[in-house]
Every structure is written in structure tokens, then in C-alpha cells.
Design a protein around this ligand. Structure first.
Ligand SMILES: C[S@@+](CC[C@H](N)C(=O)[O-])C[C@H]1O[C@@H](n2cnc3c(N)ncnc32)[C@H](O)[C@@H]1O
Length: 643
């Protein structure tokens, strides 16, 4: 570890006197990491303080509220975006008292996460190269997860707890990280989820039929409740005394009143949970969703019942098919779900709108309480520009990590600070619409020049800025213009922006996704044909979509250069679109569509009056079309379809 020398000291003082930022590598000189007695070491391990300070928060843009009651931030929340950035925003919500449990505590009472396990890797090269790549992926995975665990800890209430679901390959590494983050004394249980019904064939070792779930409490105030686990019903011939009221077999007594037979219907759960997997893998099961990594509802029932009371806030930051959210809803808990996959978001949306009361998704239909879908990082500008001034102002400040602290300099009302620098949100709505031109900057400088530092930030809608420069120098002040939509001025961000990515293949669903920064939705370019075909040797016709052109228009790095069809992630279809909510019925991954010559085949008899088709690019931008069965048949009528 390099030491702070006299030269470094002088250089730091000079920079501070000039009001300039210190180079990032000085961070480790000034704040050397504290070494613990023992710890897990891996390449690129960051300091917790840096993780907390350097993760950027992104605004949450409400997209749609499901259920009655209008938009309300106390609703349950489904967030589309990278969980790291979204959690930083939730942390701000917690600090502002916007995440409150029925007992008045602030934050999240329970976190359950089931992150990607980093097990799917494609390798080329020799054994040694493979082993080396394995280590890199392993270190990246640990860094990825640790960053998130640090934020999750901060989001918990003082008496909250976290369940971290892992497999036998990476679990022990993460256990060491959890000890570091939460403290070894906060380790409560290693729960073994045993699924005996997972047949693996002859694997030349013992078949792997378990996952590990690590349970940590936030402090000594955390309390857990015992949970009852149903026992198999006794065989009829064993039943001698049946208590009708509780529907349980209690005890049989002889004429002297002695218990001669006892049977229990429930036991208290210990740390080995045997729960079959077939409910989530067998298509005919009531709980089957079709999402590759779905977990059983019974597993989440035990988690949620043991650690929360009704009304408490439950967070799943890797929501997937939404098992945690569905069970939280059934048990009357409040929930927040985050996922960076659009497929997960549409899957959850459908799941929540088709819930059944009982665990295992049986029983009567359950109307969920209202929940709101939010975008975190990929924004819809057409919605944004309709915001009233105060909401626009708040969104603009948050987008560029500015503090909302109105103050006055030289008689000019400013909106806040970015680091130590002043920020003005340009009010483009004033007097029915005004523009930000050179004259505006001149006037501003005349009033505040000399009273502000070397950097001054102005946030404005791109369409209201009359010039192209990213900044304008006046005197010793540089006036930066941060435009919405879209303004990435690389020198201002500590990490390069990286777009969220959507899978092109089912096996990528559980990939580790790291997105940094924000972007604005841009409609992809798509051109498709809709027709009806009768496959050779078959009697039944199919509705066919033929994709001719698909191009992403995303502005992120590298996106523009990609050719036709290369940026398609998947196509999602609602066979019977009701004109309001898209209900996911089928998904076709780009890799599979390509194998069929860029055609998608739909069962004609399943189509309702209208079909909604969403073509999604690898950055999550959507192109939507609504078609009727007649639109598919039109080509047939013109005679060209069966080609
Ligand atoms: C193993 S699955 C969760 C399955 C879930 N427990 C269920 O029962 O369906 C992991 C999920 O994490 C999501 N994911 C991966 N990286 C993420 C990130 N950085 N932010 C948010 N979600 C992420 C993936 O899209 C995937 O849906």
C-alpha cells in the first residue's frame, strides 16, 4: 500500500486551493482500507464507504398504477432497473421518512434475495485459461453482490433481517462476505432448502439437491417467530380421534384417560426445509409461472412469516418471477420488488393480477392492493415533459445527483448543489415557454459572476437550449449545460455509463447485470409482416410474424454501430390484449427467432380480438404493435401468404 508523501500533501493542498477535484487514486492514499483480522480478498474489492458514496441514485419515474387509489408512494412498488442504483434512491426515501412500517420503524423489515449465481459461463481455451477466467468471473460476482449487500444492510430497519439465497458453488464465499458486512455475531442460520424431487441422473457424485439460504439479523433487536410446517396427513386407518374444529388429529385415550395415540398435523420448522421443486417446474402445477429460476411459494411463506408482521415492508431486489411479492401480498405485507429484466417485470405484472389466495396459488382469486410500476434509469421523456414544474425540478435535480437545497446568490434564486457547486434548474415553462440562449448565460454571469465557484450547472430540457456546447466559459466560471433527455458529460461522472442489457436467449435470464447511469427510451425501428401459414404436412394454420427490420436507436456506447436484427432481445405477445394492460402470454427469444428464419409462429385459435406484440431491443426499449386476426389473414386474402 503506497504511503502519503510530502509531495502528495503539497499537491493535494494546491488542488484544494484551486477548488479542483482530487484524482480518484488519491482516495486510497487518504483513506487506506482498514484491514480486518481476516477477510475474503479478491481483485477489485472496494471500501464500503466508497460503495455508499459512489453509487449514484436514479429518480423513480412512475409508469402506471395497477388497482384503485391513484398514485401514492405508500403503494407496493415494482421497479424496473438496476437494483444498485434503485436501492440508493430507496435509501434516500428511507432518510426522508418515506419507508415506514406499522410500528413506526423506518426502512425495510425483511430482505430476501435470490441473485444470479454466476454459474453459467461460456469457455474457450485450455484448462488453465478456463480456471483463470473462472476466477475473474468469481471476483466480479463477489464484487457485484457485495456492493448490493452493503446497500441492503443500510436499507434495513434496526430490527430487520436478510435472507440470502445461494447455491453450493458460491455460497461459502458469500457467507464470508456476509460475516464482514453484517458481523459474525449477526449470523442466525444457514437454512438448507432440500428439494428431493430434482432428478439428475447418474452424475458420478452425490446429486446436488439443495440450496443454502443465509439468515442475518441487523442487530440484537431482531426477533424471529417460529413457523409451522404441515406434516403429511395421517393415513385413514391410523386416525382414531379427529378434532373436527381444528381439522387435526389430536390424541386417542384409553378408558383410564391415558394417551395411547398421538398425531400432529404440524411441526415447528428447523433449518432444513424440504420443499419439492415440482410446483415450479411442472407446467400443470397451479403455481408454475414459466420463469426459469422461479422459487416455491412455500419457501417464501416461511421466510416472510418468520420475520415480519402484517403491514411490514418486504424487499426483493432480484425479484425474477415475483414469488416474494406474491407471497407478501397473500400474507398482507407491503412489498418492493426490483428487477432489471423487462421479462421479469411483465411476468410479475401478470402474476400479481392473477393471484389466488392460498400458498401454492390455489383457492379463491385475490385482488392485490394497488401497486405502482416505476422506471429507474430508463426514462420515458414524453411522460416527463408533461410533469408540472415542481415535479420536473425535483426529477432534474435527482437525475444529475444534485441536492435539492434552494438558495440565493447575487439575487438569483438557485435550486441546489452538485458536490460543492451551485445548480440552477432552468424554468423553461416560464411565461408560456422560454429558451436558454447565450444571452441568458451573459445575464446570469453579470449577476453571479465572481460569487460562484469554477463550475456552475444549469439543467434544462434539450429542446429549450439554443446552442450546442456542453459548457460555456465566462470569467473563471465554466457554465455546464445538463440536458434532458440525455446528457452524459463523461468528465462529470466517476464511472462510465453502461446500459442495462436484456437477454437474447433463455439461458441468459439469470445473468449478472450491472448498469450505471441513465438513458431515455428511444423507439426501435421495426418492420414486420403479418400473415397466415399452414406448415407442411399439417392441417392447422398458424399466425406468422416475419421480422424484416429491427434496429435499436439507443444512444448508449456501441449501440448505433449494430446492424439489422442484431439488437433484438425478444418478442413478447399478449394473445388477447384488453386495450389497457399488456398481459404476457408468450415470449420468443431472438436466438430462437433467428433459428426459424426470423419468423414467429402463433396458434391462430389462441388469438383474441386484438393481439399486442412487443419487440424489445437489448437495452429494454420497446416497439409495440396491435394487430387483429384479420390483419394476419389480409395477406392470405391477397394470395401471397403461404409462400
Ligand atoms: C434467480 S432470479 C430470481 C428468481 C426469483 N426468486 C423467483 O422466485 O422468481 C434473479 C433475477 O435477478 C435479476 N437481476 C440480475 N441482475 C440484476 C440487477 N443488477 N438488478 C436487478 N435485477 C437483477 C435477473 O433479471 C433475474 O430475474
Amino acid at each position: 500500500m503506497p504511503e502519503l508523501t510530502e509531495h502528495h500533501r503539497r499537491h493535494i493542498i494546491e488542488l484544494l486551493e484551486r477548488g479542483e477535484d482530487l484524482p480518484p487514486d488519491y482516495k486510497h492514499l487518504l483513506f487506506p482500507p482498514e484491514r480486518q483480522e481476516y477477510e475474503l480478498v479478491y481483485a477489485g474489492k472496494e471500501r464500503e464507504e466508497d460503495i455508499l458514496a459512489e453509487t449514484m441514485a436514479v429518480p423513480l419515474q412512475p409508469v402506471k398504477t395497477f388497482g384503485n387509489g391513484g398514485e401514492d408512494e405508500r403503494h407496493n412498488m415494482l421497479i424496473f432497473g438496476d437494483n444498485l442504483q434503485a436501492m440508493k434512491t430507496l435509501l434516500q426515501w428511507k432518510a426522508k421518512g418515506r419507508l415506514v412500517n406499522p410500528d413506526g420503524s423506518h426502512g425495510v423489515k425483511l430482505v430476501y434475495i435470490d441473485p444470479p449465481f454466476a454459474t453459467k459461463q461460456e469457455f474457450r481455451g485450455s484448462q488453465d485459461e478456463r480456471a483463470y477466467q473462472d476466477k475473474i468471473v468469481g471476483a466480479q460476482f463477489l464484487g457485484f453482490l457485495r456492493r448490493r449487500l452493503v446497500l441492503l444492510r443500510e436499507l434495513l430497519t434496526d430490527d430487520g433481517c436478510i435472507f440470502v439465497h445461494l447455491d453450493w458453488k458460491k455460497g461459502h464465499y458469500v457467507k464470508v462476505l456476509l460475516d464482514e458486512i453484517f458481523g459474525e455475531t449477526r449470523f442466525e442460520n444457514e437454512i438448507i432448502w432440500h428439494y428431493p424431487d430434482n432428478f439428475q441422473g447418474n452424475v458420478n457424485r452425490f446429486p446436488n439437491n439443495h440450496n443454502a439460504i443465509y439468515l442475518y439479523s441487523r442487530s440484537s433487536h431482531t426477533r424471529f417467530k417460529r413457523v409451522a410446517v404441515p406434516l403429511k396427513k395421517p393415513r385413514k386407518r391410523d386416525v382414531r380421534v379427529w378434532d373436527k374444529e381444528t381439522q387435526s388429529l389430536v390424541a386417542a385415550r384409553d378408558d383410564n384417560g391415558n394417551v395411547i395415540y398421538r398425531e400432529f398435523t404440524h411441526k415447528w420448522a428447523d433449518d432444513v426445509w424440504t420443499i419439492g421443486q415440482s410446483g415450479v417446474t411442472k407446467k400443470r402445477s397451479a403455481e408454475y409461472i414459466g420463469y426459469p429460476t422461479q422459487k416455491p411459494e412455500e419457501l417464501l411463506r416461511r421466510v416472510i412469516e418468520s420475520a415480519t408482521e402484517e403491514g411490514d415492508i418486504v424487499l426483493d431486489a432480484f425479484a425474477g418471477s415475483g414469488t416474494t411479492l406474491a407471497v407478501a401480498e397473500k400474507l398482507g405485507r407491503r412489498w418492493i420488488g426490483i428487477d432489471c429484466g423487462k421479462l421479469a417485470i411483465y411476468t410479475i405484472q401478470k402474476r400479481m393480477l392473477n393471484l389466488r389466495e392460498n400458498i401454492g396459488n390455489k383457492g379463491k382469486r385475490l385482488q392485490p392492493r394497488p401497486f405502482t410500476l416505476y422506471n429507474a434509469g430508463l426514462y420515458d421523456f414524453s411522460q416527463l415533459k408533461r410533469l408540472p414544474w415542481e415535479e420536473w425540478r425535483r426529477f432534474a435535480l435527482l437525475l444529475f445527483q444534485c441536492r435539492d437545497e434552494p438558495h440565493t446568490v447575487g439575487g438569483v434564486e438557485l435550486d441546489g448543489y452538485r458536490g460543492a457547486d451551485d445548480v440552477l434548474v432552468f424554468n423553461h415553462l416560464l411565461d408560456g415557454g422560454v429558451v436558454l440562449d447565450y444571452g441568458f448565460i451573459d445575464d446570469l454571469h453579470n449577476q453571479i459572476g465572481g460569487k460562484v465557484g469554477s463550475r456552475f450547472f444549469i439543467i434544462a430540457p434539450a429542446a429549450s437550449v439554443a446552442f450546442l456546447e456542453d459548457y460555456i466559459d465566462k470569467g473563471r466560471t465554466r457554465y455546464y449545460i445538463l440536458r434532458i433527455p440525455y446528457s452524459i458529460i463523461n468528465e462529470l461522472h466517476s464511472r462510465d455509463f453502461e446500459a442495462i442489457t436484456q437477454p437474447m436467449d433463455e439461458s441468459d435470464i439469470n445473468a449478472m447485470v450491472e448498469a450505471v447511469g441513465f438513458d431515455f427510451i428511444r423507439l426501435p425501428e421495426a418492420e414486420c409482416e403479418y400473415l397466415v401459414k399452414t406448415p407442411e404436412g399439417q392441417m392447422i394454420s398458424e399466425a406468422v410474424i416475419r421480422i424484416k427490420t429491427f434496429k435499436s436507436r439507443a444512444m448508449v456506447k456501441g449501440a448505433i454501430q449494430k446492424g439489422n436484427l442484431e439488437t433484438l432481445s425478444m418478442v413478447m405477445v399478449d394473445y388477447d390484449y384488453d386495450g389497457e394492460v399488456f398481459t404476457l402470454d408468450a415470449v420468443f427469444y431472438a436466438a430462437d427467432i433467428e433459428k426459424r428464419g426470423w419468423e414467429i409462429h402463433l396458434p391462430l385459435e389462441s388469438l383474441g380480438k386484438q393481439v399486442m406484440i412487443i419487440y424489445m431491443d437489448i437495452y429494454g426499449n420497446e416497439y409495440r404493435e396491435i394487430k387483429t386476426p384479420a390483419d394476419f389473414r389480409a395477406a392470405e386474402a391477397q394470395g401471397g401468404a403461404n409462400a
